[in-house]
Design a protein around this ligand. Structure first.
Ligand code: A2P
Ligand code: 11C
Length: 339
């Protein structure tokens, strides 16, 4: 029983995680179709006691009979094939940035704004967009505080993992680490500079205003998800040599006072959030500890001393980029369609 599911980009880092999340959450499906490029077509993938043959996304009829299509093969693929999936009646849950800012397309974090997809129904073709991973991880922690005290301004600095650039980037980080330790020149194919033992500004294109696209996604997507065109957001996005979880330092300025004790209580009650905030032991969220976990970890919860009257807080957030930042959030969206 359950919907007929297609995974677009099934051989990629997020595509493979879709499969793990489907198993972990016992997501019901009637049938499963694994789609990728012609490079992978014909490849066999074992999943839940069955063997699947990867099919070419470009082959005719790729979406025939599909109820839910989970896309994670990049914006170009979503733009090219998403409309065909919708036309054949599928609900597309799209992990790319292709449709996120389309006013007709809900941009959803299930714990934050489930109401945005109230009109999406299984059996009626539609697109629901998964936000950028950095946005999801940040807003999982910031939203409960925003609901309580209203965020006027948010300053984010990210420490982003290799996984955000795909499976090949993760492999490049491992390879470079080995090469550097062996005294060899590092292979730089995905990124144009040494990644191992280094950090650099996010690889997304830099725009005329000096921000890169990743930073502007955080600005625009936050406004759309919070349905608040006035919230001020600024971000600096940095790539660090970590494999699969993003870390973000988030500074918040509120309309109303919010003391750190209340903030901690609010975050303790927030779904999908775990507090790791042990000052005595200097134990706070780390990307390694949240890897392969569903929850986003929050710590370093403290009053911002530079703001008067308890109007500011600093927090540190870590989340598995492939899981809550991508695959888990998309499968949660699909689960909402079944309700
Ligand atoms: P393939 O393995 O056949 O190249 P990642 O984000 O880890 O780099 O993964 C990207 C995913 O998107 C892979 O599954 C990849 O398939 C798929 N993909 C990339 N380009 C295309 C395309 N033009 N058509 C279909 N799938 C694509
Ligand atoms: C990263 N967030 O971590 C990026 C990659 O809009 O989905 C994904 C870009 C996106 O590098």
């Amino acid at each position: 029983d359950g919907p007929s599911v297609a995974i677009v980009g099934a051989t990629g880092a997020v595509g493979q995680e879709f499969l793990r999340v489907i198993t972990d959450r016992d997501f019901p499906y009637r049938s499963l179709r694994l789609l990728a490029s012609e490079r992978s077509a014909g490849k066999h993938l074992a999943f839940e006691d069955r063997e699947y043959t990867v099919q070419d996304l470009a082959a005719p009829g790729a979406f025939d009979g599909v109820d839910v299509a989970l896309f994670s093969a990049g914006g170009g693929v979503s733009r090219k094939y998403g409309p065909a999936a919708v036309a054949s009646g599928a609900v597309v849950v799209d992990n790319s940035s292709a449709f996120r800012m389309d006013p007709e397309v809900p941009l959803v974090i299930p714990e934050v704004n489930p109401e945005a997809m109230a009109n999406v129904r299984l059996g009626q073709g539609a697109i629901v967009a998964n936000p950028n991973c950095s946005t999801i991880i940040c807003l999982m922690a910031a939203t409960p505080l925003h609901r309580h005290a209203k965020v006027l301004r948010m300053v984010v600095s990210t420490y982003q993992a290799a996984s955000g650039a795909g499976a090949a980037a993760m492999e490049e980080l491992k390879l470079q680490t080995k090469e550097v330790l062996e005294g060899k020149a590092p292979t730089c194919k995905i990124f144009k500079q040494q990644y191992a033992f280094n950090i650099f500004s996010h690889n997304a294109p830099v725009l005329e205003n000096g921000y890169n696209e990743e930073e502007m996604k955080m600005v625009k997507e936050t406004r759309k998800i919070w349905n608040d065109e006035d919230v001020k957001v600024t971000a600096t996005c940095i790539r660090v040599p970590v494999l699969r979880a993003h870390t973000e330092s988030v500074n918040l300025q509120f309309e109303k006072a919010l003391d750190e004790g209340t903030a901690r209580e609010i975050l303790r009650a927030a779904p999908g959030v775990t507090i790791v905030d042990d000052r005595a032991a200097n134990r706070f969220p780390t990307p390694l500890e949240v890897s392969d976990k569903d929850d986003v970890a929050v710590g370093r919860i403290r009053q911002d001393l530079s703001q008067d009257d308890n109007r500011g807080l600093d927090i540190l957030v870590c989340g598995d980029q492939i899981r809550k930042g991508a695959a888990l959030n998309a499968v949660q969206i699909a689960e909402m369609l079944l309700k």
